[in-house]
Design a protein around this ligand. Sequence first.
Ligand code: ADP
Length: 480
Amino acid sequence: MEVVFLSSEVVPFAKTGGLADVGRALPDALAAAGIKVNVFMPLYGVVESKKAGIKKIKKLSLRFGGRTYAYEVCGKEEKGVNFYFIKQKIFFDREGIYGSLSGDYPDNASRFIFFQKAVLHSLKSLKIKADVIHLNDWQTALVPKFLSNGQSRVPTVLTVHNLAYQGEYDAKSAKYAGLKKSEMLYGSRFNSLAYGISGATAVTTVSPTYAKEMKTKKFGCGLEYFLKKRGPYFKGILNGLDYGLWNPSSDKAIAASYSATSPEGKEKCKKALQKEMGLPQTDAMLVSFVGRLAMQKGMDIMVPALQRLISGKIQFVMLGTGDVHYHRVLSVLAKRFPKNFALRLDFDDDMAHRIYAGSDLFLMPSQYEPCGLGQMIAFSYGAVPVVNKVGGLMDTVSEYSLHRKTGTGFLLEDYSSAALEKALRKAMGIYGKRSRFRELSARCMRQRFSWQKSALKYIRLYNKLIDESGAPPLRPLRKP
Ligand code: ADP
């Protein structure tokens, strides 16, 4: 079986979030299970091609929006996976992936439509015969539309990593996708993700609970109708974690190695983190956050809860970039409480490793969370997660019980700063009983979310779709 896998970001070449981790780990796991995988992504200016050993393979050209564009396919092979990069100066040779500090690039629609068309266009020259095409998020969600134009029967799987990002654009951009006026959704606009959800042979998302939530008005972001219509062809498959990358016993970025059975190094990592962040090297409970500074991640409840909790007994470390409003608010807090609150407004993978390793607790009080990698990484490093009861967080974290000695974290009763404060106070209580807390941290380290298991579920789905591919094509998209 040969799979073509499209992702707008892939570790280690370009990353803004969890999609990049999945874009790497799932193809690796599929290849390990004997599937031939060809991963395609754009070659952005930020990709360090030379360092990564990416080589030019083919020079091609494509008619697009009334012009002819020259582009190159570059590539490299790693661990049995073929990585291909679409190199096109005008669209991709920029510092950012989706935008700059002043916001999203205004031509993102044409950039990613070009990417999708170029991938399909290049397959023949590369002599790739896809049995399945696996798509990820809105940046790749129009592929079923382009395939159906060519009457292709290749099954497609669209994985939705975050329903809130839909790639909705105006009529001007629709012409690049070749959409007619009658095919527009939402009046004069078109919605890439809605097309993908309706047109892909099957749709998946990254956890079973998020799959259920997505069909509700509360979490459906206006697309619940399209998802409900997909019946059994829409389901949740939990992401795994790449334990080759996220493992305190082999991590070169952290101060000392450790594991569940010999956890001594964790204390050294905490001291090193406190020193790096300019925090006093006390045994205060160290709570961290690594992620996008966005509403989704619970910023609005985190800020007031942190303000109420900041004292000598607790230290906060935050690493992230995002909404400038939160950059400002958090910078004020960091200035006011230099001994308890360290902030780094940056994207720094090595620092993220050091933070996970040096923390006692990890904050993830997200409003919604499709799967979440942060809590899985935190588990691996023995940082106990504090999470909201949504999406993948529900599928991975269970409430700690001192009495029964079970559970792997602290869950918020509801989405509020009071509930977050309460959960953190409970955690502080357990932290006070140090042997109990160490037991809990070791239990976290022993959690395993295997990509192998998830990859097998995807393979089962691919096989089912290949078997059924003689079936008549899906019904065309209709507006609710
Ligand atoms: P998202 O919704 O952003 O995809 P996830 O929890 O699924 O959230 O994945 C976030 C990934 O991005 C994790 O690997 C996390 O360590 C990483 N990450 C997020 N922000 C930063 C940052 N500022 N610096 C380094 N790594 C980051």
